[in-house]
Design a protein around this ligand. Structure first.
Ligand code: SF4
Length: 508
């Protein structure tokens, strides 16, 4: 198995989209998030798309499952957890059964190795052009950059990914890669890059892309895909799409290569049915995706369509390290439905590119540091209000807030607290040791914040160390009086209250 020279995350990236996704580490999220919250067009595009899906998912799940929805989520979570807990067994079973169907299974320890396997296959089979359907794992490994670097012309066939590619951009959402783009931007990219005269009508733009892709499907030698699921019992590879592009991408070319994370397994087709019921409802609020391809091996004698060769590249790329950590293992249950992104108030305000990685939103905040570099992405686990909306939305019952807290805890334990932080925590601990110290500290804090507040009632800027907060967030000024003060004023002193109670007792 040939080794590529460098890991894609450290290699110089020429593909503009990947430069957006992979900034130099350590990554500071604040700059991009600050720019995003000021971009009103971006916010309105993200807000309308995510809210539509968020509401749609709730209605669709309520209609389909009714009161059984919590049990359904629990079942799906248990299926995935069971598979992860016995992944060695199911991986072996899958490899054996997939090879029996005629597929060739490869294993890649990291992204560079996965790309190298694909390049080797392409070179051996003399593939000059590639058509690719949507796959998050190939984004993770930087496969398009690697193929283009080897002179293999590669075209994305998913409409969103196609637009992202021609506009030299990067996906910003797991399911809806171009969620951050407006129609106007898409039309401008078509005119500039495809040289077509078009309006901003989505139907027209879709037809142009479809026509453009037809020839590419016919001519491509290599078809690349991901997989939504792998079924251990019969070695099947499952693809769920709405455009049918994956079906073309993997059946028209001579060679099919699928990049799949090792966590994508389910034991049997019965378990697959549970996942299919939840995936489309959670991601796009549909009862099921328009196309569900269940592929078992390459074209056989008598088959009308299909590739001559089917290669399945099982990609680890940091997953086995997560698997070995019981506290964080549940993050591998993820079926990439994107529901947690749509539900997350932080994602909706800062957009996917702010996360500086392939996976954004709550699940991205958990798995990006784990898959890539915990210290390099230390901002991400903190990019959450821990409101729990992601947990409520997740169809496989991943307790994302708990995972985020666990990551925060580990980052704090690894890092050395600053002197000023230590002093602050000591002062805070001292203030909690007696009621009068606590009251005094509260009074002083309130006074100080009220003095620094602007007329709009918000503290926009304050002195260090509080500036670390106000540099990126506005703090509402505290109320004129504390709750205790209000309570005393409204309800009287303790003695008066006691008197009142005695009176009531006497009346009884
Ligand atoms: S964590 Fe859950 S909600 Fe988020 S993408 Fe994964 S499966 Fe969907």
């Amino acid at each position: 198995m040939a080794e590529a020279d460098t890991h894609p995350s450290s290699a110089p990236l020429t593909h503009e989209g990947h430069a957006i996704l992979f900034p130099p580490l350590p990554y500071d999220m604040h700059e991009r998030a600050d720019a995003a919250v000021k971009d009103t067009a971006l916010l309105s595009a993200i807000e309308s798309a995510t809210m539509g899906k968020y509401e749609g998912r709730k209605q669709m799940c309520a209609r389909a499952f009714g009161d059984d929805y919590p049990a359904m989520r629990k079942l799906a979570g248990d299926i995935k957890q069971h598979t992860l807990d016995h992944l060695d067994f199911y991986l072996e079973q899958f490899i054996e059964r997939a090879e029996a169907t005629g597929a060739q299974v490869h294993f890649a320890a990291d992204g560079a190795q996965a790309n190298a396997i694909c390049l080797e296959i392409a070179k051996r089979e003399n593939c000059r052009s590639c058509v690719k359907s949507k796959s998050m794992v190939t984004e993770e490994t930087g496969l398009v950059t690697a193929l283009e670097g080897a002179g293999i012309e590669t075209v994305e066939s998913d409409l969103g990914e196609f637009i992202i590619q021609i506009d030299h951009d990067a996906p910003s959402h797991i399911v809806t890669p171009m969620i951050h783009k407006t129609r106007r931007e898409v039309a401008a990219a078509y005119r500039r890059e495809l040289g077509v005269d078009c309006t901003e009508d989505p139907e027209e733009l879709t037809k142009i892309a479809r026509k453009h892709l037809r020839d590419i499907y016919r001519k491509a030698d290599l078809g690349v895909s991901g997989a939504n699921f792998l079924v251990a019992e019969d070695g099947a590879l499952v693809l769920c799409t709405n455009e049918g592009n994956a079906t073309f991408s993997v059946t028209a070319p001579r060679v099919h290569v699928a990049f799949v994370g090792i966590e994508k397994l389910v034991p049997t087709r019965r378990h697959l049915a549970v996942m299919l019921k939840l995936l489309a409802r959670s991601s796009t609020a549909q009862p099921i995706t328009v196309y569900t391809d269940i592929l078992t091996g390459p074209k056989r004698v008598g088959d009308a369509h299909g590739p001559e060769q089917m290669h399945i590249v099982l990609v680890d790329n940091g997953r086995s390290a997560i698997l070995a950590d019981p506290a964080l293992r549940p993050s591998l249950r993820c079926i990439r439905c994107g529901a947690c992104l749509n539900a997350c108030p932080v994602y909706r305000k800062v957009g996917g590119h702010s996360y500086g990685a392939v996976y954004s939103g709550p699940i991205g905040a958990v798995i990006t540091p784990l898959l890539r570099d915990p210290a390099g992405y230390k901002d991400l686990p903190n990019a959450s209000s821990l409101c729990g909306a992601c947990y409520q939305a997740c169809p496989v019952h991943i307790d994302l807030p708990t995972l985020l807290i666990e990551l925060r805890k580990r980052l704090v334990e690894q890092g050395k607290p600053k002197r000023i932080e230590r002093l602050m925590y000591r002062a805070y601990a001292a203030s909690l040791k007696s009621p009068w110290r606590y009251k005094l500290s509260q009074w002083l804090g309130r006074k100080w914040l009220r003095m620094t507040a602007d007329r709009d009632g918000f503290v926009h800027r304050t002195l260090p160390p509080g500036r670390a907060w106000t540099d990126h967030r506005d703090l509402p000024a505290p109320a004129k009086q504390s709750f205790h003060q209000w309570w005393r004023k409204e309800k009287g002193t303790k003695a008066q209250r006691h008197e009142g109670k005695s009176e009531i007792r006497n009346q009884k």
